[in-house]
Design a protein around this ligand. Structure first.
Ligand code: ATP
Ligand code: MG
Length: 222
C-alpha cells in the first residue's frame, strides 16, 4: 500500500485530490475527497440512488471511461501514439493510505512541473494563438479517434509543451453518460454527440476568455 501521509496534493478538483506518486514522479494518484460520494448521493434522485453508490465515484466512472470502445479499438490496433496524444496513460487502481486511487500518467510541462490547466492559461493569456491551435488539434483528434468525452471544461484540460509544441491533454471528464455511450454504437449518433461537445467547448473557451462576463447557463445553451 502507498502511504500518502504528509504528502500534499499538487492539484484538486471538487471531488478528488491528485498526488504525485511517491515512487514514480511521472505518475499521478487520484483519491476521492472524504465525503465526495455522500455529497453526490444527497443530490441524486431515488431512481439513481437505486443504481448503486459505486457509480457515484469519479474514479469508478473514469475506469469505465478508459474502457470505452474507441480506446479498446485503438489499443488493440496498437495505435498507441495516436491514442495517448491527448490522454494520460491509465495504470488502473492502487491502494493508498487515503483509499483506492486511480493511477495515471502525470502530465508535465517541459520544465518537469505538473502542466497548468487551460483555465489557468486562459486567465493569464486569454484565447491566444497557442491555445486556439491546441484546441483545434484536440478537436481534430476527437473526431479522428471517436473517443467520447463529457463537456470539455478548461479545468479538466492541461496545456503542455512537452513535445516542443503546446498541446491540450484531457485529465478529467473522459467518457459519456450511460445512455449516450450505448447509443454511440451508431456512427451518426456518435458524430452528433461529439459535434455538440465540440461546439460547447468553443463556446466555453470564448466565455472563459471574455472574463466570464455573462451567465454561463445562458451562454452555454445549444
Ligand atoms: N494526469 C494529470 N496530470 C496533470 N495534472 C492533473 C492530472 N490529473 C489531474 N490533474 C490536476 O489536478 C486537478 C484536479 O483533478 P481532477 O480534475 O481529476 O479532479 P476532480 O475532483 O475529478 O475534478 P472535478 O471538479 O472536475 O470533478 C486538475 O484540474 C489538474 O490541474
Ligand atoms: Mg476535474
Amino acid at each position: 500500500m502507498i502511504d500518502l501521509t504528509g504528502h500534499t496534493p499538487f492539484g484538486s478538483g471538487a471531488n478528488r485530490d491528485c498526488y504525485r506518486h511517491p515512487d514514480n514522479p511521472d505518475r499521478c494518484l487520484k483519491v476521492l475527497q472524504p465525503g465526495a460520494i455522500q455529497a453526490r448521493a444527497a443530490e441524486q434522485t431515488l431512481l439513481k440512488k437505486l443504481l448503486g453508490r459505486r457509480r457515484l465515484s469519479d474514479n469508478f466512472q473514469e475506469q469505465r471511461a478508459y474502457d470505452q470502445s474507441a480506446i479498446r479499438r485503438l489499443s488493440a490496433a496498437r495505435e498507441d501514439q495516436l491514442l495517448w496524444q491527448h490522454l494520460p496513460r491509465f495504470h488502473g487502481c492502487t491502494e493508498t493510505s487515503l483509499g483506492v486511487a486511480n493511477d495515471c500518467e502525470l502530465i508535465l510541462d517541459s520544465s518537469g512541473q505538473p502542466a497548468p490547466t487551460l483555465e489557468h492559461w486562459l486567465g493569464k493569456h486569454g484565447l491566444d494563438q497557442p491555445a486556439r491551435e491546441a484546441a483545434e488539434r484536440l478537436c481534430q483528434w476527437l473526431r479522428t479517434t471517436g473517443i467520447l468525452t463529457r463537456n470539455l471544461l478548461p479545468q479538466n484540460l492541461v496545456m503542455t509543451d512537452r513535445t516542443g509544441q503546446w498541446e491540450l491533454i484531457i485529465v478529467d471528464g473522459l467518457g459519456a453518460p450511460t445512455i449516450p455511450d450505448r447509443l454511440a454504437v451508431m456512427p451518426w449518433w456518435r458524430r452528433r454527440y461529439m459535434d455538440r461537445r465540440i461546439r460547447r467547448f468553443w463556446l466555453r473557451l470564448e466565455w472563459e476568455a471574455s472574463g466570464r462576463t455573462t451567465d454561463w447557463k445562458l451562454a452555454g445553451k445549444l
